[in-house]
Ligand binder design. Structure first.
Ligand code: MSP
Length: 513
């Protein structure tokens, strides 16, 4: 069975990570965890360690690039751990398993004529590691990040990107799902329609990269362009040219998540490289929006990046994960603010979900010694949610995270409303024991569903909820088996504990950024 394969971009380790980096990785983690509720999944992330940008950062700190990368890696890995991210593999482009295969790709494409020697003259943006024709510059600066560009004139190896243009246009037209959202699709289509130039894929003015194999053109030896090297991580990590069975059990990737600023690399250059190798493009590339501060992309260079470790400390990783997925439709930009995080935390998580658990367990303790009752009759409460797991999963796997959470919240709302309307305290007082048991049972069963449904988004808090529910089942088991009505066993002793999402006060909030 083919596993659901999801990737993030590999991150430049030119500095400390910020919440924008955590964002893509958290989304990928939620996808992988959700896919796993129905079958196998594989989640790859990693670091992009070559190129001038990383080399410059290392030099500024008086280190060799390799030393610099080795020292920073633990910080990136601990960021992901702090956000409860569980990847299956973490690839570093300086690893031999990657480097040897990149050289193999280069050799193969050169032999078959997809790579040839030519002369490059043009502009280069180091921050984005991108070549730009003069016509694309804005005020003589990089059109993406607005920084200075440098003039390059060198003999380079070129990839015959232009020869893939018609095939790309045709592919875009016949595979609307290949690139989402539509706004980015339209942007890339416009680039294709304008025409494509061949891509310089080597650098000679600089040496922090994978050496070009047996290069007759330069005596000192050039290195492979960092983007050509980096894109290949998605296949070198899973055994391309080495373990065909494994490779084909994962490729083509189901979802490749990227920020919208790197769509051209992933949807024009990447499929062309794959075709040159005789492989298929990924099924979907999703280009998400930016986390912005005062309308500008959050990033290190603008000095507006928030420290993600401090955020986790203050709000808790699971609340942040929820916020990142719930706040804006996936694909749009969204402006970052601590007030909004607090608002989501206090209202959705604290009031709606956390209180529901507290109230239910408190009533159960009061009326039934904390033990899950039998179901003498149905309260009817859960009936309309029978297909919720399937619908919520489909929405998540279609990358509609907000929609999925809204569906799940209908269950939260229905359970809260049932308490308010059916008044268990009145049923207890009037001795309507069967009705009370039926209601309590369904509230607990509903909570069990919620813990499972929300575990991909809030893995740690939902485990705590699971613990308080006292069940000995597996929270991350297959939904089709576990999310059938009647799963919580009568006689289960619940274990009320601390509130799941203690209130965070707005007072004393420091300005964002
Ligand atoms: N190394 C390249 C990617 C190579 S993939 C073969 C790169 N690295 S990066 O570190 O600069 O950015 C990686 C990703 O971080 C972006 O695509 C985006 O997903 C994420 N983000 C960085 N800043 C962000 C925001 N302010 N908001 C949301 N995501 C952001 O590009």
């Amino acid at each position: 069975m083919k596993a659901f394969y999801v990737t993030t971009p590999i991150y430049y380790i030119s500095g400390n990570p910020h919440i924008g980096h955590a964002y893509t990785t958290v989304v990928a983690d939620v996808l992988a965890r959700t896919a796993r509720t129905a079958g196998p999944a594989f989640f790859l992330t990693g670091t992009d360690e070559h190129g001038q940008k990383v080399a410059n950062a290392a030099a500024e700190h008086g280190k060799t690039p390799q030393q610099w990368c080795d020292e920073l890696i633990p910080r990136w890995k601990s960021l992901f751990a702090a956000f409860h991210v569980e990847y299956d593999d973490f690839i570093r482009t300086t690893e031999p398993r990657h480097e040897t295969k990149v050289q193999r790709v280069f050799q193969r494409l050169r032999e078959q004529g997809d790579i040839y020697l030519g002369t490059y003259e043009g502009w280069y943006c180091v921050a984005d590691e991108t070549f730009w024709p003069e016509s694309k510059l804005v005020n003589r600066r990089c059109p993406t990040c607005g920084r200075d560009v440098q003039w390059l004139s060198e003999q380079d190896w070129f990839f015959r990107l232009s020869s893939y243009r018609d095939r790309l246009i045709e592919y875009f037209r016949s595979h609307a799902e290949f690139l989402r959202p539509r706004s980015v699709y339209n942007e890339m289509m416009a680039i294709l329609e304008e025409g494509l130039e061949d891509l310089s894929i080597s650098r000679t003015n600089f040496d922090w990269g994978i050496p070009i194999p047996d290069d007759p053109s330069t005596s000192s030896g050039g290195v492979i362009y960092v983007w050509f090297d980096a894109l290949l991580n998605y296949i070198t990590a899973i055994g391309w040219s080495e373990d065909d069975a494994r490779f084909h059990s994962l490729w083509p990737a189901n979802v490749q998540l990227i920020g919208k600023e790197i769509a051209r690399f992933h949807t024009i250059i990447w499929p062309a490289i794959l075709w040159a190798l005789g492989e298929e493009p990924p099924k979907t590339v999703f280009a998400h929006g930016w986390i912005t501060v005062d309308g500008q992309k959050m990033g290190k260079s603008l000095g507006n990046a928030t420290d993600p470790f401090a955020l986790v400390e203050r709000f808790g990783a699971d609340s942040l994960r929820y916020f990142l997925l719930r706040e804006a439709p996936f694909g749009s930009d969204f402006s970052y603010s601590e007030e909004k995080i607090i608002q989501r935390h206090n209202s959705d998580l604290g009031n709606d979900l956390g209180n529901l658990l507290n109230r239910t367990l408190a009533m159960l303790r009061k009326y039934r010694n904390g033990v899950v009752p039998n179901r003498p009759q149905s309260s009817g409460l859960m009936a309309r949610f029978a297909d919720l797991p399937q619908r919520a999963r489909e929405a998540t796997l279609a990358l509609d995270f907000r929609g999925s959470l809204e569906m799940i919240w209908e269950l939260v709302t229905a359970l809260n409303r049932a308490i308010d309307e059916r008044k268990p305290w009145a049923l207890a007082k009037e001795g309507r024991n069967d009705e009370l048991d039926a209601l309590l049972y369904d509230l607990l069963e509903g909570l069990r569903w919620l813990a499972m449904l929300l575990a991909p988004v809030m893995p740690e808090r939902m485990r705590e909820m699971w613990r308080q529910l006292g069940t000995d089942q597996q929270i991350d088991a297959d939904w089709s088996e576990m999310l059938r009505y009647g799963g919580i066993a009568p006689g289960t002793q619940t274990m009320p504990g601390e509130p799941l999402f203690p209130r965070i006060e707005l007072a004393g909030v420091s300005p964002s950024g």
